[in-house]
Design a protein around this ligand. Structure first.
Ligand code: GDP
Ligand code: GDP
Length: 437
């Protein structure tokens, strides 16, 4: 079971993205500031009343063109119904009920899934009476909110998460089984890859159950290790609208990533790394899952002896803070290095489970704390006393200091790099926490 998905739908300008940012912001900085690359995000992780969910804003997937945007909205409402657990339908109190609102409501009335109607731009108490007109949409009780001013957002979120299950640990974790999600944009070769792997008689496919209604899990044993491949390839008939396809693949990818230990982000060698890919990588890092990049269709690239190195170098420039991610060049078509993907996924999985002893950590870090301490803040000397790894899969390191809140971001990055330099953790997003001591 993956984490809950909440989708925000509604026509343009009602305040979807404002609400999205508000919900993300209700939680203390969900994104590490490091992921500057994923700022313009349309999805993110949030938590309310102890329930974690991924929230996705369809407003990020609106085509520019006037003649298809209404079709795109209808399609995306349908995708949200199929794929999300809760749908937030946002309307604008000031402009009242519009024909497009009525159309969206008509689609939403057909689902049994929970739909919460947010009447936005109710900036003060006097305006609350504007919300009752929206009963006519037949979606149930309208919730007056102001996304911009944060008004009544708490009551509203109580309702949104009310029926979601508690998120208690990673219960279904099976230690001897590596769950690998194959994610990436449409047509990069995800299904070809999965077929190539299971078509080889080197592996024994033990079971191909439809474990969830929305992705095909393929379970097999390779080199004595049990793998589950979570394939997100589309079961849905293709839309003609690029933004709808993007929305669909993003939501599918998110659901797969949430269930995996390691995500293989597949790229098409002839297209390179695109903004969408960076978003997926950023989200995988936020969810603290292992990451491997597989550049597929390598057979299509004309090569000399330096091509792979140069390609990798150019990719790493764009990956910035995700430079710890291993990159492989593969071809699902010729089967070149397809098993290397599994080998590396296993390495990343093991790294994610690794625990470094406190004594080993401090042998490395005591000299660093002493010789390269954090910069003093307004005359205060900042001293880090020690570090310990408090958790694995995902790994979390706690640093104890006299003024933990004053340790600047660049120094945190420096510490993370030192952990990687000395202890590896290839492909594994690390969490560093700073505590008072
Ligand atoms: P989207 O297209 O649905 O994502 O809408 P946006 O979030 O971009 O918001 C559209 C406009 O409405 C922006 O100018 C927002 O500042 C404004 N807006 C959003 N929420 C509120 C609100 O609660 N009150 C008021 N007065 N304006 C809002
Ligand atoms: P998906 O949408 O990501 O599942 O992509 P598919 O597996 O359906 O592949 C999309 C297209 O790319 C198909 O026409 C495949 O035959 C082709 N393709 C997939 N992998 C490779 C590869 O390694 N090399 C080449 N040349 N074509 C590939």
């Amino acid at each position: 079971m993956g984490r809950n998905i909440v989708a925000i739908v509604g026509r343009p300008n009602v305040g979807k993205s404002t609400l999205f940012n508000r919900i993300i912001g209700e939680r203390d900085a969900i994104v590490d500031p490091q992921s500057g690359v994923t700022r313009d995000r349309h999805y993110g992780t949030a938590e309310w009343n102890g329930k974690r969910f991924t929230i996705i804003d369809t407003g990020g997937y609106v085509p520019d063109s006037d003649d298809i945007f209404e079709t795109a909205i209808r399609e995306q409402v349908q995708i949200a119904i199929d794929e999300a657990d809760v749908i937030i339908f946002v309307v604008d109190a000031v402009s009242g009920v519009t024909p497009l609102d009525i159309e969206i409501a008509k689609i939403l009335r057909q689902t049994k899934k929970k739909v919460v109607l947010a009447v936005n731009k109710i900036d003060n108490e006097k305006m609350e009476l504007y919300s009752t007109q929206f009963y006519e949409l037949g979606i149930g009780e309208p919730f007056p909110i102001s996304a911009l001013h944060g008004r009544k957002i708490g009551d509203f979120l109580d309702e949104v998460v009310k029926d979601l299950p508690e998120t208690g640990g990673e219960a279904e974790e099976d230690k001897n089984q590596i769950k690998v999600a194959i994610v990436g944009q449409p047509n990069v070769g995800k299904s070809s890859f999965v077929n190539a792997v299971i078509g080889e008689n080197r592996i024994i496919v033990t079971d191909i159950p439809g474990t969830t209604r929305d992705s095909i899990d393929t379970k097999f044993v390779y080199n004595g290790t049990e793998f589950v491949l979570i394939d997100t390839a589309g079961l849905r008939k293709r839309s003609k609208i690029k933004e709808s396809i993007e929305f669909y693949s993003a939501i599918r990818a998110l659901k797969a990533i949430e269930r995996c230990d390691v995500a293989v982000v597949m790229l098409d060698a002839t297209c390179g790394l695109e903004r969408q890919d960076l978003r997926i990588i950023g989200e995988t890092a936020d969810l603290k899952k292992g990451i491997v990049i597989a550049v597929n269709k390598w057979d299509l690239i004309e090569k000399d002896s330096n091509t792979a190195l140069e390609y990798e170098h150019a990719l790493r420039e764009r990956l910035k803070v995700f430079d710890y991610v291993p990159i492989l060049f593969i071809s699902a078509k010729t089967k070149q290095r397809i098993f290397k993907v599994l080998d590396i996924a296993k390495v990343v999985y093991d790294e994610r489970n690794k625990r470094v002893k406190t004594s080993e950590l401090n042998k490395v870090f005591f000299p660093i704390f002493k010789e390269t301490p954090p910069p003093a803040v307004s005359g205060k000397e900042i001293k880090i006393k020690y570090v310990t790894q408090v958790k694995t899969s995902p790994p979390v390191f706690a640093f104890f200091a006299n003024f933990p809140d004053d340790i600047p971001e660049h120094y945190r990055r420096f510490l993370e790099n030192k952990i990687r330099e000395n202890f590896g953790f290839v492909g594994v997003p690390l969490t560093l926490v700073f505590k008072k001591k």
